[in-house]
Design a protein around this ligand. Structure first.
Ligand SMILES: Cc1cc2nc3c(=O)[nH]c(=O)nc-3n(C[C@H](O)[C@H](O)[C@H](O)COP(=O)(O)O)c2cc1C
Length: 151
């Protein structure tokens, strides 16, 4: 069975860590992309009317583009995302809803602007991965911190 590293990343930090980790462990990579890409203005979390803020406030389902080819071939999935408004971005929820998780081992990793941990972002997302076993979740600053899970 195979391992997948998948992530959403708006400004590239989570993507850099995810790609480096995937290369080290020789896993496949899938980048989660919203169907409509975010502009810089969309990501302005200080603006209450920005797209990201409105999506969060209104609990919008953000469509993603495509899906993982043959998701069933993976028994282990590393899922990365930036913390947005203290939780996973809505498009990551879409990703979870649109894939079948039964029997998979899942590790979640996040990056954030702050120094805190993941808060309850992993606990909130886990119910959307029906049948998955969550084996770990942590806030990271480097791919090396993810390698600790492989020891
Ligand atoms: C819309 C938005 C909301 C954010 N909310 C938070 C937050 O609640 N807490 C935090 O520590 N950082 C927050 N950040 C900062 C990101 O989590 C951080 O910059 C992250 O590393 C970006 O990852 P990326 O480059 O993969 O998109 C937010 C960033 C954006 C764009």
């Amino acid at each position: 069975m195979k391992t997948l590293v998948t992530f959403f990343s708006a400004s590239g930090i989570t993507a850099r860590i995810g790609r480096e980790f995937a290369k080290t462990i020789e896993a496949d990579v899938f980048e989660i992309c919203p169907r409509v890409p975010y502009s810089d203005a969309d990501l302005d979390w200080r603006n209450p009317l920005s797209r990201s803020n409105m999506e969060k406030l209104e609990g919008k389902k953000v469509p993603m583009s495509g899906s993982v080819p043959d998701f069933g071939q993976y028994d282990t999935v590393y899922l990365g995302f930036p913390i947005w408004y203290e939780v996973a971005p809505n498009v990551v929820y879409t990703f979870c809803r649109e894939h079948k998780w039964a029997g998979k081992k899942v590790y979640m990793f996040a990056t954030s602007g702050g120094q805190h941990g993941m808060g309850d972002s992993a606990e909130k997302l886990a119910p959307f991965m029906n049948g998955a076993k969550v084996c770990g979740a942590k806030l990271v600053k480097s791919a090396a911190e993810l390698l600790e899970w492989r020891l």
